[in-house]
Design a protein around this ligand. Structure first.
Ligand SMILES: [Zn+2]
Length: 309
């Protein structure tokens, strides 16, 4: 593992394939379909949106644009990530009533939520109706849209998620959320800055040092273990698990050709041949973590990795 780890000590190497510099949204596509089961239905380029509430057309257009551009960004990324549900269009279901949203499986207090079993991203309609409304006082508007991007990345990777370690699933989703600057615009040109600013804004606006859950605790967990870990943390500390996963994913995407190629190979394995927890073994976690700390220090981001308890 030593040579692997040393990659951090040399300047950033070019990735195996060029990263897309940016993805600029095209005109939104929103085609009204006949109602189904009392729900309004629209098709976008990639998705089917259905809703139990009326929504202003401009909000729907923006949702369609964010969703389709997210799909285009995931598809254009030089890794085999894009694998949406097969057959039918990937579905985005809007629930006007927060209680209905939770009943459908949405995580309480979230703006959007991906449910793997149903191949759907649930979206809370009241968040779409009043973006940035301070009376909701949960999250700033751009956070809601970033959460939407995060959940849509899960949906775009639907058939690819199986067998991946959950830090990778979450880290990749959060990576695209970092690259998203609003309204479906993605820029990959300066991901170090995007990741740093994203983490600092969420975790420590006043202090260049952010807390994150240590790598040895996240590197082996599957999706259930991830939920258990996140739910064991106090609400205000939960994002620290995502911070760890994001930094780790970034390390594989931007930490040199060798890491990038190892990740690519792993992603090309058929899901049943993947041993998610073995991709980054726990005994290599500490070295990797030290490398991450050293990488970010001169780039304006201190990382204080910590145990979850
Ligand atoms: Zn997620």
């Amino acid at each position: 593992m030593r040579a692997f780890f040393l990659l951090f000590a040399v300047p950033l190497l070019a990735a195996a394939a060029p990263l897309p510099r940016e993805v600029v949204p095209q005109a939104a596509v929103l085609e009204e379909q006949p109602d189904e089961g009392g729900r309004k239905v629209w098709n976008t380029r990639f998705f089917r949106i259905d809703s139990d509430m009326e929504l202003p057309r401009n909000q729907l257009l923006r949702l369609a644009q964010v969703a389709d551009t997210t799909a285009i960004a995931v598809k254009g990324y030089p890794l085999p990530l894009f694998a949406p549900p097969e057959g039918l269009r990937a579905r985005i279901a809007i629930h006007g009533d927060p209680a209905e949203y939770v009943k459908a499986g949405g995580f309480h207090g979230s703006a959007g939520f991906y449910i793997a079993r149903q191949s759907v991203v649930l979206v809370r309609g009241d968040f779409l109706m009043n973006p940035g409304d301070p009376s909701r006082a949960l999250l700033p508007a751009n956070y809601d849209e970033d959460i939407l991007v995060h959940e849509l990345v899960h949906l775009c990777m639907h058939r690819q998620n199986a067998g991946l370690p959950q830090w990778l699933v979450e880290g990749l989703a959060e990576y695209f959320a970092c690259a998203h600057s609003g309204g479906g615009r993605f820029a990959f040109g300066d991901m170090d800055k995007s990741v740093r600013d994203h983490l600092r804004a969420r975790l420590s606006p006043q202090d260049p040092k952010i807390p994150a859950i240590q790598i040895s605790e996240i590197c082996f967990v599957d999706s259930r273990g991830w939920l258990r870990l996140v739910e064991s943390l106090p609400q205000e500390e939960r994002y620290q698990a995502y911070a760890g996963s994001l930094l780790l994913a970034h390390c594989y995407l931007h930490g040199g050709t060798k890491r990038f190629e190892a990740l690519e190979q792993f992603l090309r394995l058929p899901p049943r041949e993947r041993k998610g927890g073995a991709f980054l073994p726990q005994d290599a976690a500490e070295k990797t973590q030290e490398g991450i700390v050293r990488y970010w220090q001169p780039r304006g981001l201190g990382v204080n990795f910590r145990p979850s308890k």
